[in-house]
Design a protein around this ligand. Structure first.
Ligand code: NAD
Ligand code: UFG
Length: 338
């Protein structure tokens, strides 16, 4: 049983991870400033789990509050989800992204040093691979080349910071998890992704079209060098992703470890839309638009390292993810706003 500080725990991946941490007998404590989430999500976690989660609402960049909390609690580990994540917004507001994502991480690492917290799990992204040098992407594949937006660069820069930090503090356990494309929702329908404004990502957009919130999906190009011309990604059920964090927590090792969390399987936009149509039982209106700036054709993981070293593999299917996303969308048309 570990006492775990979960930064950004009120968000999409954070809430699903809280459920899995509680189910595994751990004690999570959340910091979130709710800049992209709401406290209702944590009430839902309590409903699913039958346990309350301690929650502190403040900005992770607030070193005084963070040190007070870390001084009062004897944390065994930190799972660091907090960060801004909208790719387009990061292009418009680069300083906001660098300030929030980098400064919060630096503040956290300083607190971990001061309060002797031994273990960190960091939310990185397949975006660090930029334009893929090989497929499937392995943890050893080239990173940092062809990053087209400040958000993606914050993930790459933070990975570099963590390597330097680990070199100076070889006793720390640092696990970098590179998420591919998280989708779906908890099967209870009580928690899920709750985008503020028009969704940036495919699946929440498709869910809103299916629900009649938006008239149609625009497919960002069908002239890629892929089997049907649309972009190919590795969509991973968020509950599988959440369980990857529990597996990382249960398998500590000193130094920096990096794992892809993906399924190992590429799915096209057309295939993803077809799976969602099956889940919701009706057609999804779409049109073909131009390519989206900065997009790559194909991205999918080799998921073997996490299987070998953490004993973790994704087990849920695309169909299950679509069914769970549809349950969440149809039961919560306003998301967490009631
Ligand atoms: P999310 O926006 O739902 O959750 C992030 C949480 O962090 C939010 O609740 C937000 O309020 C909080 N937060 C942001 N800045 C903060 C700060 N300075 N202090 C305190 N709280 C702060 O996003 P998510 O989808 O759950 O993503 C979690 C992490 O995983 C992020 O770091 C994200 O970049 C990374 N990631 C997400 C995806 C994805 O597609 N969802 C893919 C790869 C990596
Ligand atoms: N797409 C559409 N229409 C839309 C939205 C997306 O056709 O309205 C297409 C995209 O062009 C792409 C695919 O659907 O081919 C997936 O797009 P997403 O935006 O859902 O996902 P990305 O792979 O582009 O990016 C996501 C996150 C990044 C993260 C990356 C890798 O947005 O932050 O996954 O983890 F870095």
């Amino acid at each position: 049983m570990a006492k775990v500080l979960v930064t950004g725990g009120a968000g999409y991946i954070g809430t699903h991870t809280l459920v899995e941490l509680l189910a595994a007998g751990h004690e999570p404590i959340v910091i979130d400033n709710l800049v992209n989430s709401s406290a209702e999500s944590l009430k839902r976690v309590a409903k699913i789990s039958g346990q309350e989660v301690a929650f502190y609402k403040f900005d992770l960049c607030d070193s005084e509050k963070l040190n007070d909390l870390c001084g009062a609690e004897n944390f065994d580990a930190v799972i660091h989800f907090a960060g801004l994540k909208a790719v387009g917004e990061s292009v418009a507001k680069p300083l906001e992204y660098y300030q929030n994502n980098l400064q919060s991480t630096l503040t956290l690492l300083a607190a971990m040093e001061k309060h002797h917290i031994p273990s960190l799990i960091f939310s990185s992204s397949a975006t660090v691979y930029g334009d893929p040098s090989e497929l499937p992407l392995k943890e050893t594949s080239r990173v940092g080349v062809g990053l087209t937006n400040p958000y993606g660069k914050t993930k790459y820069f933070i990975e570099e910071i963590l390597r330097d930090w680990s070199a100076a503090h070889p006793d720390k356990q640092v696990t970098i998890l590179r998420y591919f494309n998280p989708i779906g929702a908890h099967p209870s329908g009580l928690i899920g992704e709750d985008p503020q404004g028009p969704p940036n990502n495919l699946m929440p957009y498709v869910a809103q079209v299916a629900a009649g919130v938006r008239p149609e999906l625009t497919i960002n190009g069908n002239d890629y060098d892929t089997p049907d011309g649309t972009g190919v990604r590795d969509y991973i059920h968020v509950v599988d992703l959440a369980r990857g964090h529990v597996a990382a927590l249960s398998n500590p090792a000193t130094g920096v470890r990096t794992y892809n969390l993906g399924t190992g399987k590429g799915v096209s936009v057309m295939e993803a839309v077809a799976a969602f149509e099956k889940a919701c039982g009706h057609p999804i209106a779409y049109k073909i638009g131009p390519r989206r700036a900065g997009d790559i054709a194909t991205c999918y993981a080799s998921a073997d390292l996490a299987a070998a070293e953490l004993g973790w593999r994704a087990t849920k299917t695309l169909d299950e993810a679509c069914q769970d996303a549809w349950r969440w969308q149809s039961q919560n048309p306003q998301g967490f706003r009631q």
